[in-house]
Write a protein that binds this ligand. Structure first.
Ligand code: CAA
Length: 261
């Protein structure tokens, strides 16, 4: 696989792990990280063997401590809009990958880091992880989707509290409000994310990818249109080898081997 300056991409047995690697700056997202993340997502998208992705940060301190403040400081209005638009475009591309993406949050997930975790399908947090959108303390607001995805994940009331106060919340509170799926000991975050990825990789990739599409697209529709989308997707799965294999394996009392076709 391609070598990057600011991240690692490792693919092992159907699972890709992206590690953002600027630990000296708590993995802050500058333009180079964003562009390399975009390239990594493209490579994953083109690899038919990958069934789940884990996204994490290098070092023990941070997942990602936000967009890079030293790079942002001197931007003018146009450059700031471009930066926000670039981040949003890349996070949306990550969100739309056909396979699930798990954020393994090993420390600070602030600003753009919290936004990056929210663009993933699932979030596993270490018990020392801290989440927040501290942008209002910098005289700005979230620019990589935080004002939209946070409200959709935890509801308007709690989202507004997090956005207006800029205060950090711990992993347990993040779990209580539905911002993370699970909290585990901080020493086993990646290990637990890999176990979850392996469980996902053993199931039908096409069934999972259609479930992802139904949730992602359906939640932006009214219920009636969302249910119609489900009918369409459910029906078209009966063209697939995975449906034939899954149901035959059940009736023959053997484990299914899915091809994602
Ligand atoms: N951008 C640039 N550099 C950052 C950074 C960031 N977001 N976060 C941390 N760093 C750098 C620090 O400047 C420091 O560098 P130096 O050693 O060269 O001084 C290094 O990483 C280590 O950080 P600290 O010394 O500050 O570590 P700490 O343990 O004392 O504090 C922290 C940790 C509370 C996370 C603190 O670093 C912090 O508050 N970081 C900024 C968090 C933030 O405001 N994020 C939002 C950014 S704006 C954004 O993301 C907008 C958007 O939506 C697009």
């Amino acid at each position: 696989m391609k070598e990057f300056n600011t991240l690692y991409l490792i693919v092992d047995e159907n699972i890709a792990v992206i590690t953002i690697n600027r630990p000296k700056y708590l993995n802050a997202l500058n333009s180079e990280v964003l562009i390399e993340l975009s390239e990594a997502v493209d490579l994953i998208d083109k690899d038919p063997t990958i069934r789940a992705v884990i996204l994490t940060g290098a070092g023990e301190k941070a997942f990602v401590a936000g967009a890079d403040i030293s790079e942002m400081k001197s931007k003018d209005v146009l450059e700031a809009r471009e930066f926000s638009s670039l981040g949003n475009k890349i996070f949306s591309k990550l969100e739309k990958l056909r396979m699930p993406v798990i954020a393994a949050v090993n420390g600070f997930a602030l600003g753009g880091g919290c936004e990056l975790a929210m663009a993933c399908d699932l979030r596993i947090a270490g018990n020392k992880a801290k989440f927040g959108q501290p942008e209002v303390g910098l005289g700005i607001m979230p620019g990589f989707g935080g004002s939209q995805r946070l409200a959709r994940l935890v509801g308007n009331g709690i989202a507004k509290e997090i956005l207006y106060t800029g205060a950090m919340i711990g992993a347990e509170r993040a779990y209580e409000i539905g911002l993370v799926n699970r909290v585990v000991d901080s020493t086993v975050v990646l290990e637990e994310a890999k176990k979850m990825a392996q469980a996902i990789a053993a199931k039908s990739p096409i069934g999972i990818s259609f479930s992802k599409k139904a949730v992602n697209e359906g939640t932006n529709m009214d219920l009636e249109h969302g249910l119609s989308l489900e009918v369409e997707l459910f029906g078209s799965l009966f063209y697939t080898k995975d449906q034939k294999e899954g149901m035959s394996a059940f009736l023959e009392k053997r484990p299914a081997t899915f091809q994602g076709k």
